[in-house]
Ligand binder design. Structure first.
Ligand code: NAD
Length: 504
């Protein structure tokens, strides 16, 4: 046994009180779905965790109408201070059930327990606490006095941060006075269903939060439902584009949080030890299943060899394996489909002439796994430099001058995030000013805070989540309301009266 081997330290699953089967959460209770039920499995060993119902279009209709009724009768009439109390209660319940939620998340998603325990779940609670504080202060959200909620929000989220993405969607929507129907990803529905139990525990009025499970067709029915006033989507750029087309001209407000291919730029004066940790955190956190991952390392040519040697040494110490083991750094890939995509793109990288190095680690015999991998000698035309791999794979490019670094960093259809590593504050500001990315970290990476807005440009989507900006996605200003009301009048009879009612 080498000094780097650790004794196993698995977190117990005894705290989980899972049901064998989960229904849809509509109108405050778990109900049967009409579609074909499916199984959610653990990606670490492919074992079944629970059976989950599928919502077909009639169930989507039930959920949206439950949200509509709750909006019209209760939530839109409640004071901001009272809505805030419910959100505070949810935040505290998340903290109380934190260990259970972390175990469920790691089991269903495959991410290391140290990440779900120390990052995902604490941020979920922080998001609810933060927006609880906003609920009675909407006049200060930057939309003028008396901004108004939109109505029913249809929200669709991906599998990489299941509970965290749920909190990014539900917390601002409820704080702003909307009701919601949320669909989690088909491979990670578990923590959303546990969250439905928390909603019951918090005594939230029935129908304010509805959770429906199923695959893409369930999401499609939700975003296209005529009684949905606001669509919030986080996921791939392809699906985001299809959603943008389907809601165009409907008057629904839309925010899209899509893919990314972030540049992490390391200058030769960077604090190198911190930069190595930042590069590792930037791309290997959550197995690289991170929209804002620093998947393109741009390193100044003069320090290229040193950085690569150090990176290889560091990656050789990462422990890959059981997501529930507290020592694990790299967990499982979330699904067979995602693993196939990572393999296809890494094979393309080799075929196009980049040089591949994978950390020497033993992969478990069952489940979906991929060793941390670095490609050097990558050029901007390679697929691994242009396409989102969404896995533990780093593409390394070099540059000589700041201008070349900026040009290469911006040479992507995406624009979600970027990182800058340098000792010079002035260079940070000068380079950041020229990078076309929604979030830029300096001498750090992958830091999130509920008070800080997050979102992209170009094919990474539009709209911001987090902070005061995140509220504006769920509110209409007085002038927006006036415009919507006059549109509604000019197309009189084409909309249901309840929709008009909520936009008054
Ligand atoms: P995906 O687009 O395949 O699926 C996302 C969600 O959309 C799932 O719940 C899915 O069931 C649903 N869906 C699929 N087709 C749909 C349709 N036609 N209409 C409505 N809903 C539909 O994405 P994914 O593979 O689950 O997630 C990975 C992607 O998400 C990556 O591209 C990643 O960058 C992106 N992402 C972005 C952010 C961000 O904040 N920008 C955050 C996390 C993930």
């Amino acid at each position: 046994m080498s000094f780097l081997e650790y004794a196993p330290a698995p977190e117990s699953t005894a705290i989980l009180n899972l049901k064998d089967e989960y229904g849809l959460f509509i109108g405050g209770e778990f109900v049967e779905g009409s579609g074909n039920a499916f199984q959610t499995i653990s990606p670490a060993d492919e074992r079944k965790i629970a059976t989950v119902q599928t919502a077909d279009s009639s169930d989507v209709d039930r959920a949206v109408m439950a949200a509509r009724t709750a909006y019209d009768r209760v939530w839109s009439k409640m004071s901001g201070a009272d809505r805030g109390k419910y959100l505070f209660r949810i935040a505290r319940l998340v903290q109380e059930r934190a260990r259970e939620l972390a175990v469920a998340e790691s089991l269903d998603n495959g991410k290391p327990i140290k990440e779900s325990r120390d990052v995902d779940v604490p941020l979920v609670a922080a998001w609810f606490f933060y927006y609880a504080g906003w609920a009675d202060k909407l006049d200060y959200a930057g939309l003028g006095a008396n901004p108004h909620s939109l109505g029913v929000a249809g929200q669709v989220i991906p599998w990489n941060f299941p509970l965290l993405m749920l909190s990014w969607k539900i917390a601002p929507a409820l704080a702003a006075g909307n009701t919601v129907v949320l669909k989690p990803a088909e491979t990670t529905p578990l923590t959303a269903l546990l969250f439905a139990e928390i909603v019951q525990q918090a005594g939230l009025p029935a129908g304010v939060v509805n959770i429906i499970t199923g695959a893409g067709s369930t999401g499609e029915a939700l975003v296209q439902h005529p009684e949905v006033n606001k669509v919030a989507f986080t996921g791939s750029t392809g699906v985001g584009r299809a959603i943008a087309k389907s809601v165009a001209g409907t008057g629904k407000k839309l925010t899209l949080e899509l893919g990314g291919k972030a540049a992490n730029i390391v200058f030769d004066d960077a604090p190198i030890d911190q930069a190595i940790e930042g590069i590792v955190n930037g791309i290997f956190f959550n197995q690289g299943h991170v929209c804002c991952a620093g998947s393109r390392l741009l390193v100044q040519e003069s320090i290229h060899d040193e950085v690569i040697d150090r990176l290889k040494n560091r990656l050789s110490t990462l422990r890959l394996g059981d997501p529930l083991d507290k020592n694990t750094d790299i967990g499982a890939i979330n699904s067979a489909e995602q693993l196939a995509r990572i393999m296809e793109l890494t094979q393309a990288g080799e075929a196009e002439g980049a040089e591949r190095w994978s950390a020497p680690c033993e992969l478990p015999s069952s489940g979906y796994w991929f060793a941390p991998t670095i490609f050097t000698g990558v050029s901007t035309s390679h697929r691994i430099a242009r396409e989102e791999i969404f896995g533990p794979v780093l593409s390394v490019l070099t540059f000589r001058t700041p201008a070349e670094a900026i040009a290469k960093a911006n040479n992507t259809p995406y624009g979600l995030s970027a990182g800058i590593w340098t000792d010079k504050g002035s260079r940070i500001l000068a380079v950041a000013d020229k990078l076309r990315a929604g979030v830029i970290w300096a001498n750090t990476f992958n830091r999130f805070d509920p008070s800080s807005p997050f979102g992209g440009y170009k094919e990474s989507g539009y709209g911001r989540e987090g902070g005061r900006h995140g509220l504006t996605a769920y509110l209409a200003s007085a002038s927006e309301r006036a415009a919507v009301t006059s549109d509604t009048k000019s197309s009189a009879g084409t909309k249901r009266s309840s929709t008009k009612e909520n936009r008054k």
